[in-house]
Design a protein around this ligand. Structure first.
Ligand SMILES: [Zn+2]
Ligand SMILES: [Zn+2]
Length: 354
C-alpha cells in the first residue's frame, strides 16, 4: 500500500467534567506483534459515559482511565505492520477486540482477555491509546479480519456491544427453541434482539422509552412492550402463562433485573448484562422453586468475537443498523453530547466523514 503516513495526528481525550479534549500527537509506530490501523469507525459506549466522560469514577480497578486517547470500539485498516506479524498485512480491514491481557493466565489462554487480572491487562481507550484518533496501534492478536460484507461501522459495533450481547446469548444457549425477552433496549439490548433472532429465537423487547421501543420494532423484534406495571402480565399472555425460556437484562436497573426473574419460565435462563446498580429479590419463589439458572456475563472472548463475525457474514446482518447518529472525528464533543441524552441508538464516529 502506497499510502503516506503523516508524522502527526489528532486524537480525543476525555478529561472528565463532560469535556472532550482534542490533542495533536505523533502517529505511533507498530512494534513487534503490532499493526498500525488507519481508523475508519469508532463508536461510543455506555461505559464511556458511566466511567469516563462525566467523571473518572473508578481509579483503581478494571475501569481505571489513564491519560490516553479514548475510544474502545475500533475498526480500521492496516497501514503498517510490525515485526513478527504473519496473519495481517497492509490493506486488511479489521475489528479490534478492545482489551489486551497478559497472554499467559487461565483467562487469557481462553481468549477472555477481559477477565485477565494481571497488571499487563490494558484496554484500548482506557489504559492505552484507543480509537478516537486518526491512527491507532493494535496488537495483532486482538485484531479480527472483517469480511467484505461487513462495513467498518459494522466492525465498530462488533468490537464491544454486539460481542457483549452475543456472549450473553451463548451463556443461555439460545436457539430456535426459545423466546428471548430483552429488558432494556439501549444499544446492547438492540444487539441482543438482532442476534437472538439470528439464532432462531422469537424475541420480546421491553423499554420505557418510546424512541427505543420504536427502534426495536424497526430492527424486527417480534413483540415490543412498554416497561410499565402490566409488563409481566403482558409477557405471560404472550407465552401461554408460562413465561420466557430466556430473559436478558440489559437495563442494569433493579426493577429490570427483578422483572427478568419474574418473566422467566420454569427451568429458564436469566442473564444479567446491564452494568451497575443493585437488585434485591426473594430467591425461593423467583430462583429456587423455578429451577432457574442465573448467569452474569461480561464482554466476550476473542474467539467468540471471531465466531460472531462469521455468523453476521453468513446471515448477512449489518450491526450498523442500530446507529442513529454519525459524526466526523473532529465533532466527537457533539457526539458525546447527543449520546449523553440517553435517547439515541448507537452513536458512531465515522473517520471517513468530513
Ligand atoms: Zn463498549
Ligand atoms: Zn491474563
Amino acid at each position: 500500500m502506497s499510502e503516506k503516513i503523516p508524522a502527526k495526528m489528532s486524537g480525543m481525550k476525555l478529561p472528565g467534567g463532560a469535556k472532550v479534549q482534542p490533542v495533536t500527537c505523533d502517529v505511533p509506530k507498530p512494534g513487534p506483534g503490532q499493526v498500525l490501523l488507519k481508523m475508519k469507525a469508532a463508536s461510543l459506549c455506555g461505559s464511556d459515559l458511566k466511567y469516563i466522560y462525566f467523571e473518572h469514577t473508578d481509579k483503581t480497578g478494571g475501569a481505571r482511565y489513564d491519560d490516553v486517547i479514548a475510544g474502545h470500539e475500533p475498526s480500521g485498516q492496516v497501514v503498517a505492520v510490525g515485526d513478527k506479524v504473519d496473519d495481517f498485512r497492509e490493506g486488511d480491514r479489521v475489528v479490534v477486540y478492545h482489551i489486551q491481557g497478559c497472554g499467559y493466565c487461565d483467562e487469557c489462554r481462553k481468549g477472555f482477555y477481559i477477565n485477565c487480572q494481571q497488571p499487563e491487562r490494558r484496554a484500548y481507550g482506557w489504559q492505552r491509546d484507543g480509537a478516537l484518533a486518526e491512527y491507532m496501534v493494535a496488537d495483532a492478536n486482538t485484531c479480527i479480519h472483517l469480511p467484505d460484507f461487513l462495513t467498518y461501522e459494522d466492525g465498530a459495533m462488533i468490537a464491544c456491544g454486539f460481542g457483549t450481547a452475543y456472549q450473553g446469548l451463548l451463556r443461555a444457549n439460545v436457539s430456535g427453541n426459545d423466546r428471548v425477552l430483552v429488558m432494556g433496549l439501549g444499544p446492547v439490548g438492540q444487539a441482543a434482539l438482532i442476534l437472538a433472532k439470528a439464532l432462531g429465537a422469537q424475541t420480546i423487547g421491553v423499554d420505557i422509552s418510546e424512541e427505543r421501543m420504536e427502534m426495536a420494532r424497526t430492527i424486527g423484534a417480534d413483540e415490543v412492550l412498554p416497561g410499565d406495571d402490566s409488563v409481566i402480565e403482558n409477557i405471560m399472555k404472550l407465552t401461554g402463562g408460562k413465561g420466557v425460556e430466556v430473559a436478558v437484562d440489559c437495563s442494569g436497573s433493579s426493577i429490570g433485573r427483578h422483572r427478568c426473574l419474574e418473566a422467566a419460565r420454569m427451568w429458564g435462563n436469566v442473564v444479567f448484562l446491564g452494568e451497575q446498580g443493585t437488585v434485591t429479590f426473594e430467591p425461593s419463589p423467583l430462583l429456587l422453586h423455578k429451577n432457574l439458572t442465573l448467569h452474569g456475563s461480561w464482554v466476550t472472548s476473542v474467539g467468540n468475537m471471531e465466531k460472531l463475525v462469521e455468523l453476521l457474514d453468513r446471515k448477512k446482518i449489518h450491526p450498523s443498523q442500530i446507529i442513529t447518529h454519525r459524526f466526523p472525528l473532529e465533532e466527537t464533543d457533539k457526539a458525546f453530547e447527543v449520546f449523553a441524552t440517553g435517547r439515541t441508538g448507537k452513536v458512531c464516529i465515522n473517520h471517513e466523514m468530513e
